[in-house]
Design a protein around this ligand. Sequence first.
Ligand code: FAD
Length: 332
Amino acid sequence: MFRALSTGRRRGAALQRLHSTLVIAEHDNQKLTPITLNAIAAAGHLGGDVSCLVAGTNCTQVAEELAKVQGVSKVFVAQHDAYKGFLPEELTPLILQAQKQFGFTHICAGASAFGKNLLPRVAAKLDVAPISDIIEIKSPDTFVRTIYAGNALCTVKCDEPVKVLTIRATSFEPAAAAGGNAGSGTVSPPAPVGLSKWLEQSLTKSDRPELTSAKVVVSGGRGLKSGDNFKLLYDLADQLHAAVGASRAAVDAGFVPNDMQVGQTGKIVAPEVYIAVGISGAIQHLAGMKDSKTIIAINKDPEAPIFQVSDYGLVADLFKAVPEMTELLKKK
Ligand code: FAD
């Protein structure tokens, strides 16, 4: 028994020198969630091998999709009913088992609700400190992350034997979804923990693109004055095939549901075009959208801070400007 352990340690040490990263895939058993591609790209910056773990109830299709992603050398699949709902209580022992078997130097996932829910538990069980919301990888042990509302950055050197990281999607271009040819492997699911049980989920149904992956986002703030007035933004968004977001003030006022909130305590987006309507530009809002490629602001106050970060600004009453824009787009 002692010999087996020491051999395992030696092998572990050899793998550690090479750097090997395990990316935990986020998916719905049918399709990969786009943030996984950003996490894979970030893992590529760490050097060494990039493997992915797909855990689900019936997820071979996702594993096939992942095998084609550029930069992935191996895809591990684990399927069990216990992975319904992707509960961290059930996924953590699986990741720990994979870690024990393969001795990864880094374990990472996207900094989404999934990753932020799961990886702190994994880190705690490994007795290491996780590093969240990484925006830049300087070396395999040095990372840049934001600490307050995206306005303060800190560079962290991590000496943990296993680095457990969540990756901010908007800071890394996604890995190419085609052209790869990864090998496959399986990780046998450990016995279910049974601590908690996934019962159901109710998702908001929308024909519009999903907020975090949309190419164009139209967001409204307190300036909209009511939930009914958001119709102005939905009409504009329909012309632009855009997702609709909101400031926290609009959410807190009950204009729209909180899954539409963009910002420090909401969603992080970086679309090609972000149109901020009746939003002042508080730092907590900017934290969620300032990486957008082109920012357009419509605000009646010429001094509104949003104009300092916008590429195009329109000082106007939104109740006049937005319907005019929609009508012009309809004519095109
Ligand atoms: P306001 O600041 O009230 O701005 C409304 C704007 O609308 C004004 O600039 C006004 O000139 C303009 N306006 C009004 N009428 C019109 C009109 N007719 N036509 C054109 N323009 C008009 N905020 C977020 O958004 N996301 C977050 O994730 C978030 N997290 C937070 C976390 C913490 C810990 C804290 C303390 C705050 C957080 N906030 C967040 C809140 C943030 O500080 C601001 O209060 C909020 O972003 C303001 O929202 P707003 O711009 O819609 O409202």
